[in-house]
Design a protein around this ligand. Structure first.
Ligand code: ADP
Length: 305
């Protein structure tokens, strides 16, 4: 017992939390009692018990409320920090062996003295490794975005050069899937303000989706041009399966695969959520339009220099 209060109910608070709670409570009490004393000094002749009982009760309630809020905020910050540290260390531990698996399976898949089955196995190991690595990287990105610890390196960059790099990178994947990529990037010399590697990540994600969710012999068209006074618009349009109108509002929701969870198309439903966050952090917007059965168009507007 402490001044008649059963302290066992505070046992679940850590020492630091108890300190925070009582500091907030006492500070609030002190402020209210000072104000009440000042007010009471004006009614000294007709002082009634409620003149001091009400401020003390009132300030105790408010003080406890402020104290609890401070503890909850501290607990939330701590659990976020623990979660981020945990994800970061797990991701690091997974990334190192995965890089080795991907590297060696790639070498094996190109070895001449391996039979057909051996080649096929090596390719499968490589593909699964790549998939797992992209999932690990995405999980790390989500955790950094949520904890606000992502650092962008915003610079003046040429979008056309970046788009060329991305389409060249995706060309072999599109060829394998029998899909053609047409790039109608105009000859403008516009420069934009963006984080080059993060913007590349977003464009690659949009291109990869445009290929993955396309039909056989489908097409992907990339265009880029100034948009309004302030922005530069990069659009990626496909002739693929499209998205049902009822699912449009869920497109940027994390882990949302819009019914593709059990399909043969690989994915984790994280790419668009991360892309939208990254583009917003760069001062831009990511949007889309889609017609089920006809195709989708995703575009991003990035601030122009
Ligand atoms: P993932 O492709 O890994 O599942 P994304 O976050 O990139 O995750 O996309 C979320 C979902 O949005 C996909 O699962 C798919 O259902 C839908 N989607 C994305 N891009 C397209 C597209 N170009 N055409 C049709 N559906 C798409």
């Amino acid at each position: 017992m402490w001044f008649g209060v059963d302290m066992t109910r505070f046992q679940f608070l850590g020492g630091k939390e108890r300190k925070i709670f009582f500091t907030r409570l006492i500070v609030t009490l002190a402020i209210f009692v000072t104000l009440a004393t000042f007010q009471m000094s004006m009614f000294l002749d007709e002082l009634q018990p409620f003149h001091y009982v009400i401020p003390v009760v009132f300030s105790s309630v408010i003080g406890s409320f402020i104290g609890w809020n401070a503890i909850l905020k501290q607990r939330l910050e701590m659990s976020n920090r623990v979660k981020s540290d945990f994800i970061a260390s797990i991701s690091h531990e997974l990334r190192t062996p995965l890089t080795v698996i991907i590297g060696f399976s790639k070498i094996m898949s190109e070895m001449e003295n391996l039979n057909l089955r051996g080649h096929e196995f090596a390719q499968r190991i490589n593909l699964s490794g790549e998939h797992l690595l992209s999932f690990v990287n995405n999980t790390l990105d989500i955790s950094s975005i949520e904890s606000g610890s992502i650092n962008l390196n915003i610079q003046k960059i040429s979008p056309n050069k970046l788009i060329d790099e991305c389409t060249t990178l995706m060309k072999p994947i599109a060829d394998d899937a029998g899909i053609s990529i047409n790039s109608s990037v105009s000859g403008n010399t516009c420069m934009i303000h963006a984080d080059e590697s993060r913007l590349k990540q977003v464009i690659l994600n949009l291109l990869s989706n445009a290929i993955k969710y396309n039909n056989e012999h489908g097409q992907v068209t990339v265009s880029a041009e100034p948009y309004g006074d302030k922005y530069f618009r990069i659009s990626i349009e496909d002739t693929g399966i499209g998205i049902e109108p009822i699912l449009h509002k869920k497109v940027f929701t994390r882990f949302e695969r819009l019914g593709h969870n059990n399909s043969s198309i690989r994915g984790a439903g994280l790419g668009l959520h991360i892309s939208k966050n990254l583009i917003t952090m760069m001062g831009g917007q990511l949007a889309f339009s889609s017609i089920k059965g006809s195709g989708s168009k995703f575009w991003l507007d990035i601030p122009r220099v």
